[in-house]
Design a binder for this molecule. Structure first.
Ligand code: AKB
Length: 317
């Protein structure tokens, strides 16, 4: 399958790896990477076409989609949970007005699919926290979560009203080795690797027993491509729970210590603890598995080994 693809937000934690992944699949000239705020990483800049694009500017989205005959849009640009609490109005603007522009231009220019990640942040303290089902209470208490619920509804609206094929996955914390996440509550689970390798110590901003759902980047990238490529008839709904694993900060530490025995951790929970406590501990993704074959490969042990194998030679240089 060859597709003309647009990735909005190619400089972020997922976007910066999604772009090379898609270029390997569809050919480098078929994947247009766009960013706004920061310079795109070299792996994105040097690997194929890159364009400056502000999702808040509808005209510039139109131009890029029209001139490049885009068939699939991955809209990855988002303000995450922690930054969203510091700047709620900006989070709403980027996450919702940006999404609205993307959906509107996509339906007018006959884009085939729009892939837009939602998040476990769409859930809140009134949601069942263990084995959280796909269809359940969505009453988040963060602005980020509110934008994810509103975004899910908006994407569903565009599907029903205009027939635009939108698909979303509720992503848990993503663990990756290429681009650091920024402004999220689950960021500790990436930072910890850098500090363990470089300094053999880490001060964690969540408590030792805090348990959150997570996923390793290779599974996350596969999830995006599954949604873009699998037969649309398989998708009986617009939004799917997906997860890779769940662990506490203490369990992640213990797994890292198997490889780096003198790694020391201290716990100093701050305001981010309250956000983490409002999110699920574990996710039921059986509907995604059943309907379109979601099949993540990495558990805690494999993920930790892989992260250390990739990061250790790079950070110890
Ligand atoms: C965050 O922590 O804000 C994100 C998320 C779970 O969506 N990583």
């Amino acid at each position: 399958m060859k597709k003309r693809v647009l990735v909005i937000g190619a400089g972020g934690q997922i976007g910066s790896e999604l772009v090379p992944f898609l270029r390997d699949r569809y050919g480098k000239d078929n994947v247009i990477a766009t960013g706004r705020r920061t310079k795109l990483p070299n792996v994105v800049l040097e690997g194929g076409p890159c364009i400056y694009l502000d999702a808040l500017n509808e005209e510039s989205i139109k131009r890029v989609i029209y001139e490049n005959e885009i068939e699939h849009v991955y809209h990855m640009a988002s303000v995450l949970s922690v930054t969203g609490e510091k700047m709620p109005q900006v989070a709403w603007d980027i996450n919702i007005n940006g999404l609205m522009n993307v959906l509107e231009v996509s339906r007018r220019y006959n884009v085939e699919r729009v892939i837009w990640p939602s998040s476990i942040a769409a859930f809140g303290p009134t949601t069942p926290r263990e084995n959280t089902p796909n269809e359940t209470i969505l009453q988040p208490t963060t602005m980020y979560g509110i934008t994810k619920v509103a975004g899910e509804l908006l994407a569903e609206y565009y599907y029903k009203k205009y027939g635009l094929l939108t698909l979303s996955m509720r992503l848990p914390g993503i663990i990756s080795s290429e681009t650091l996440p920024g402004g999220g509550t689950t960021d500790y689970a990436v930072e910890i690797f850098y500090e363990a390798i470089k300094n053999k110590k880490y001060e964690c901003f969540l408590g030792e027993d805090t348990i959150l759902p997570m996923m390793y980047q290779p599974d996350c990238l596969q999830c995006h491509v599954d949604m873009a490529e699998k037969d649309e008839k398989l998708f009986k709904r617009r939004v799917y729970n997906v997860t890779g694993m769940s662990f506490t900060a203490g369990e992640l530490t213990a797994e890292i210590q198997k490889h780096i025995p003198d790694f020391k951790i201290t716990y100093k929970p701050d305001f981010r603890q309250e956000i983490a406590d409002s999110w699920p501990k574990s996710i039921d993704d059986s509907i995604a598995r059943k309907e379109w074959g979601w099949d993540p490969k990495y558990d805690l042990k494999e993920m930790v080994k892989n992260m250390l194998d990739v990061l250790t030679p790079r950070l110890k240089k």
